[in-house]
Structure formats: structure tokens, C-alpha cells
Design a protein around this ligand. Sequence first.
Ligand code: SF4
Length: 349
Amino acid sequence: MNVARTIRTAAELVEAGMIAPELQRDIEQVADRYAVAISPAMAALIDPDDPHDPIARQFVPDVVELATTPEERADPIGDLAHSPVEGIVHRYPDRVLLKAVHVCPVYCRFCFRREMVGPQGLGTLSPEAMDAAFAYIAGRPEIWEVILTGGDPLVLSPRRLEEITRRLATIEHVKIVRFHSRVPVVEPDHVDAALIAALKASGKSTYVALHANHPRELTPEARAACARLVDSGIVMVSQSVLLRGVNDDPGVLAGLMRAFVETRIKPYYLHHPDLAPGTSHFRLSIAEGQALVASLRGRVSGLCQPTYILDIPGGHGKAEIGAATIREREDGGFTVADFRGGQHLYPPK
Ligand code: SF4
């Protein structure tokens, strides 16, 4: 459906035909709690005649978001437990997150930082907080990589991004600058020459990790935006979340991974959905996730294989959770599963 501007309110959702008028009051309650934004590019992908549209499911708010379960938590991956100064998350020795902004061009209904992003979220770092964040990075030689996330850092103006990359360029021990973004998919026209130039820190390697969850998101416009990034020398990897009703299907998942590789984006992480509040309708069991990931092994090229990841609640970091293909036997040998599920013996060495 075609809309001229980003949809942000329940009234606009009704006007666009994305929710029934009788739901407006309930959806206002959801929108009061968790930010809403659907960009024109994403609205254009939504089929109003499909009640199970996978794009609508990611962005159109639902009253079930008001129900939280006991295991859900406001900070599911434990960012705050590892934040030594405002805007920095230092969970692993060699890298930090730099969360300069908590605004996004769209708001995903399953977002793991949904309590931190949006108009009522943590906002944008003040110049003083930014100075403190850069001082933190500059003072720790073990920090090899800085990951700009948030929020979506690509909502910042090229001028502000350039200021960040210029400051990172002066820190000798930082070698990699990585941006996590949905912008190339949800606002592909935003990826222009000025933005691309601003992402590059002199003397460093720039990576962009694209967040997309359904192959339909890789439109010709999105693919062209990614081509502009890759052609400029930026390396791209993917990030997706395994989501009930969006991509919990072997064919859809395979199509998504192939779409990434066709776009010169290496599939990187497939996240098990986090325990974010009001998102239980998106979650599937780890066993279901493992079966879906195993289905990729027989279906698509090795280039298309992501790593299935769980962020351990409480801030303990990531763990690979794909089903093991190898099992040790009592005699010291191993049983190895092939991509069709067949079992084969292998000696101890
Ligand atoms: S773009 Fe990322 S941070 Fe923003 S709402 Fe979606 S998942 Fe959350």
C-alpha cells in the first residue's frame, strides 16, 4: 500500500487500512508503550488482503504486545550490566557497542531494545557523553572493533556520522568500524554518496550488518542500495531474527539467505528471538529453530549458512545453538550426521 510519509500513529494505521477502526483505541495503548514507525518502502510491501503478511507482522502493532510473560525482561540481552559509560556496552574484550542514537526508521514489533528505542527511549548521546564514550575507547588498547548500533546509526546525518568516523580514525588500535542498520532495506534512497562517504573511517575497514528477516525485504531498490555500499568498498554481513509467522519456514529462510548472498551480503547471524516484553507471539522453541537451521544445510550453498545464535539473558553474551552434527561415541569415535540426516561413523582421529 502506498503512503507518502512514515506511519507513526494508530489513526494513521487505520487511515492506511492496516488495522480495523475498532482496534484504534487498543492500538493507541500499544503505541503509547512501544514506538511505531512504518516507512513508505515497508508499507508498500504490505499486502492488505493477507492477514498473515510477514512484513505487516514485523511492523504493524498488535494488542497482544500488551501481554508480558514472567520470563520476559526489559533489557533481555543485559546491555545495562555492561555499560561502563553512557552509550558504551563493553561485553567482550576486543569490541564495544557505541549506541549514539536510540531512534530507528521503523520500529520492529519484536525489538530486543524496545524499552530503550523510540521517542520515549534513551535519546541521542549529548556531546559530553560522546566525548566520554570516545575517551573510553581511546583509553583501552584492547578495543579492536567499534560497533555502531542503537537505534539505527544510519538515521544520523552524514555530517554527524562523519564526525564519529573521523574521531574513530584517530584511535590507532581501532581497526574495524561496524554499523548495524535496517536503512538500506527500509529507506533505500537514504543510502546516497554523502552517507556512504561518511561511513568510512580513514585507515579502518567499514562493515555494515544489514538487518532483514524476509526475502521480500530485498527489493530491487534495497539491493541497489546495498550494491552502492559494497561497490564503495564496504563489506556487508546480515543479521536476521528467527520469527514465528515471518520466516519460520525452510523455504522462506533459504530464500532470505540466498537473497543476501545474491546481494553480496554474507549471512552472519540468525538470532533466536530474545525475551523482550510483549513478544511471546514471535517466539518459537529452540528445537524448532534448530530444525529450521538444519534444513538449510541440505537446501542451500555453504555461502548461505548463518550462525544460529542465542543471546544469553543477563548479559552473558552469545552462544551458538545450532544442533550438533557430531556426537562422541563410548569407544572414542564419533557419529556424524550428513545433510540428509544419515548417520556415519568416524574414527577418533
Ligand atoms: S531497527 Fe533494530 S533497534 Fe530499531 S526497532 Fe528494529 S530491531 Fe529494534
